[in-house]
Design a protein around this ligand. Structure first.
Ligand SMILES: Nc1ncnc2c1ncn2[C@@H]1O[C@H](COP(=O)(O)OP(=O)(O)OP(=O)(O)O)[C@@H](O)[C@H]1O
Length: 596
């Protein structure tokens, strides 16, 4: 087995987004074995709030400001290619042509509301097209983030899905523990915080996805910051001047508890300012992911913690392995990182080839007071991993965005050879911080051309090949300086995934193992990834695994009445839309301007 350790790389920091998750390794696999990538993109972010970091052995010192000691993360293995391999766990949703998307009346209703400059929070069960709608909204607002459009999500993985950044990163709040008054004082007083100040001041549309994973206390803090910066007593500093676009399903995964705090996280709807800022929720009710109404009904029951006898019999009856004639295996979902690792390692070890090992590296920086960051604090910070944003922007086009795409490591190559062969270098476009920069001018690529090391080349479903070199992932402190940094190849094994990581995905073949479910909403998230019962295998299903938060149940019950009112509005809108569709373009334009 060959083993390599990547040297810490000194280069400008990439644009970043934060992830509230922990993971410490970079893994990918050769041959048909899978590297799981998000959205058909070049990168897999490492996540999972369920995970505890591996203890990291400390090694040699490193030439970085402060007390930095580089810490190699657990070594990932990458197998070389040559011998025949087991079948790939390709997510076959990726191989299917993208479905044609025509927004439903209720989706259109939300889009219109945003077009009219109003704020909106839309929710709905898994598969009701919240992400699809959000991507349409982003298109409506100009397709990419700008000073007036903030595209954010509560977690990094969700942010990647919509081509955005984390709310934490956009808001400049670090891990969000600072007192809002103190934070605003810094924004006002410190020239280096000018950019963050201007961001808050100039934004016209703030999008926040996966709102269910945002803590209510943090929501209130952000609201207070907005009021102070915008110098207004109005909710969020004057919601009539700008708009909030919030999306998520509170029945899915809740906010991640802070391991170092005894305080239980709250839901965003429990924030003091929620009602004033967000108003009435719009409920999306049409489920697109599953076509089988019986399956949809059972999932809707599970969403609220209800397991009927029929559902119990159905899901327990799905425990037998499924056999697929094309050899494409289902994605396996587990509750804990331990199970995911074990399953992936088992598959990795079964490969006949020699393994190559690449080490990631963690480096502590300084906190906002200029103090060196200790290892515990650094581990906590790195729980929120970061991915370069530009990598996923190109996947924003509706229809071409496919969750859960799978790639394969097909060979190893040096950066110099990749450049010669015209193979794209993953993430290189953002490392130098300049758009349209030639790959060979990228500092990280330059360094890799010089050092002559070999890195994995991944082939994607669309046949595109990409060489992956280590990238820097940083967590910045409130002053914009590096507080902790991780350098790694942005790939992981993906025969199996954690349920947390699967949130937001659509999987046609999936094997769900509920043996160690520990979180409310977790079983629902896992089972609702499947598009059909025929593509679903379920292990260890029983009623005790299906739990929902009472506060969430109460919230949805109280908001059900609002849903009925919304449906009236949606029906009106559907009528308008039908009339419009029956008109010719000119008539439609006239009707539009006449307000019907
Ligand atoms: N208007 C539509 N027409 C056709 N298909 C749609 C439409 N809206 C969504 N879909 C499809 O339904 C599936 C689920 O959509 P999406 O991922 O946006 O749902 P979601 O509400 O965000 O789900 P989750 O809460 O589980 O993340 C996807 O395959 C998507 O392409």
């Amino acid at each position: 087995m060959a083993s390599m350790q990547s040297r810490p790389i000194s280069r400008p920091q990439p644009e970043i987004i934060h992830i509230h998750d922990s993971d410490s390794e970079v893994e990918c696999l050769a041959g048909p074995a899978a590297v799981k990538l998000d959205n058909d993109s070049d990168i897999e972010i490492l996540d999972d709030p369920s995970i505890t970091s591996q203890p990291l052995p400390t090694t040699t010192s490193h030439p970085v400001a402060g007390p930095s000691r580089p810490i190699p993360t657990k070594s990932p293995s990458i197998s070389t290619t040559s011998a025949p391999r087991p079948p790939s766990p390709v997510d076959n949703t990726s191989t299917a042509p993208p479905p044609e998307i025509k927004l439903s009346p209720e989706q259109n209703h939300v889009l219109e509301r945003v077009r009219n400059g109003r704020s909106v929070f839309f929710t709905g069960s898994a598969g009701t097209g919240k992400s699809v709608l959000l991507r349409e909204i982003i298109k409506l607002k100009g397709s990419s983030a700008s000073s007036s459009l903030a595209i954010t999500a509560s977690t990094g993985i969700a942010a990647v899905n919509i081509g955005g950044t984390t709310l934490h990163s956009w808001a400049g709040i670090g891990i969000g523990e600072e007192d809002p008054k103190k934070f605003v004082g810094k924004l006002r007083g410190q020239p280096k915080m000018r950019k963050v100040w201007e961001r808050w001041l100039n934004v016209r549309t703030l999008i926040i996805d996966e709102i269910s994973m945002l803590d209510g206390v943090l929501f209130d803090k952000l609201e207070e910051i907005a009021r102070s910066v915008r110098n207004s007593k109005e909710p969020f500093g004057g919601i009539q001047d700008w708009q909030l676009v919030l999306s998520g399903d509170f029945s899915q995964l809740p906010p991640v508890p802070n391991r170092n705090s005894k305080i239980e996280p709250t839901f965003a709807f429990q924030a003091r300012s929620w009602i004033r800022c967000v108003g009435r929720a719009v409920m999306l009710s049409k489920v697109f992911r599953q076509k089988d109404q019986d399956f949809v009904d059972m999932l809707n029951d599970l969403r609220f913690g209800i397991v009927t006898d029929h559902a119990l019999r159905t899901f327990q009856g799905l425990s037998q392995p499924r056999h697929y004639s094309d050899g494409i295996e289902p994605t396996e979902l587990y509750s804990t990182r331990y199970e995911v690792d074990k399953a992936n390692t088992f598959r990795l070890d079964a490969l006949p080839d020699q393994a190559r090992t690449f080490y990631g590296m963690d480096l502590p920086g300084q906190d906002a007071n200029g103090r060196p960051v200790g290892q515990d604090a650094m581990n906590r910070l790195l729980e929120r991993l970061i991915v370069p944003r530009s990598i996923t922007l190109k996947n924003l086009q509706q229809g071409s965005l496919v969750n859960g795409s799978v790639g394969q490591v097909i060979r190893f190559s040096t950066a110099a050879d990749a450049l010669k062969e015209g193979v794209q270098i993953g993430g290189s476009e953002q490392n130098g911080g300049e758009r349209n920069q030639r790959p060979e001018d990228d500092p990280a690529v330059k360094q890799n051309v010089q050092n002559g090391r070999e890195w994995p080349v991944v082939r994607f479903i669309n046949k595109k090949e990409v060489l992956f070199i280590p990238l820097d992932f940083t967590v910045d402190n409130a002053e914009g300086k590096v507080e902790a940094k991780r350098t790694q190849i942005p790939l992981i094994l993906a025969w199996s995934l954690s349920i947390h990581k699967s949130q937001g995905q659509t999987l046609e073949r999936v094997k769900v193992n509920l043996g160690k479910v520990f979180e409310k909403g977790q079983a629902y998230v896992a089972l609702s990834r499947a598009t059909s019962l025929s593509g679903l295998q379920v292990l260890h299903f029983d009623a005790s695994k299906v739990r929902a938060h009472q506060t969430v149940l109460d919230w949805y019950k109280n908001n059900a009445a609002a849903e009925d009112e919304d449906m009236d509005e949606v029906d009106d809108f559907a009528d308008d839309e039908r009339i419009i569709n029956e008109m010719d373009d000119e008539e439609a334009m006239m009707a539009y301007h006449d307000g019907f």
